[in-house]
Design a protein around this ligand. Sequence first.
Ligand code: PDD
Length: 285
Amino acid sequence: MSRIVYLNGEWLPEAEAKVSVFDRGFLMADAIYEVTCVLDGKLVEYAGHAARLQRSARELKLALPLDDDELLSVHREIVARNSVDQGMIYLQLTRGVAERDFVFPPEGTPTTLVLFTQTKNVLVNRAAETGISVALLPDLRWARRDIKTVQLLYPSMAKMEAKARGADDAWLYEDGMVTEGSAATAHIVTSDGRLVTRDLSRALLAGVTRASILELAKAHGMIVEERAFSPQEALQAREAFITSATNFVVSVVKVDDATIGDGTPGEFARVLRNHYVETRRAAAI
Ligand code: PDD
């Protein structure tokens, strides 16, 4: 079934949704994006994703073409038009169409806003049941990873390299410390049961799921340390896991050649995943 895509105020069958070859998203990766999970036809953690979108736009001096109410309506309408029960909404905002130039086009040049959906069973996730393996690779992305831009070539290359090494995904490190996963936040649980997650900076994306997991962990009496951890500490962790919008919480059971815990998803990750799904599903709008 063909999807209905949102493009600059129009609802179009996906084959008809076309963007110019001069779009700066295409030529310069001059664009930001968000991925919002859909559960029961509702938006999960919408406020967090909308706030991060606004921040990314501000940092890059990109003007959002819709106000808050319109943005929410478009999210709701795309779910309804595509009858999505479970899956995700992808949103991308580019600086629009202009002659190729490193200088930004003049203020007022229309931006390009695209939304589309993907249907996917997010509740039943084989990776969450078995856990995943990650390969440790150097973080060679640009230095403003706090902005959710579409410059995803290095994360793609890292994922390919991880797969070539027999792993499911990559964890990236820089200056001797883990930054994050290729497209997810990295967390470990120490041998004495403390949850360690890197503190926010320009080195990593402020995960919306990360914020909720830290809140839930604290609410359940877990000790949370927001600080960087080394690849060595990850290899010796009692548990490791990733968080992201559509994965929620997925255990990491192998880091390079080291088995984490007994090689199956650990208790912390299981409890946090269950609490996350229960509370965020109930709060979805
Ligand atoms: N990725 N770090 C990076 C580099 C990411 O790309 C993502 C999300 C996260 C987790 O953020 P959140 O919890 O807000 O989804 C962390 C999305 C899902 C993607 O690119 O598909």
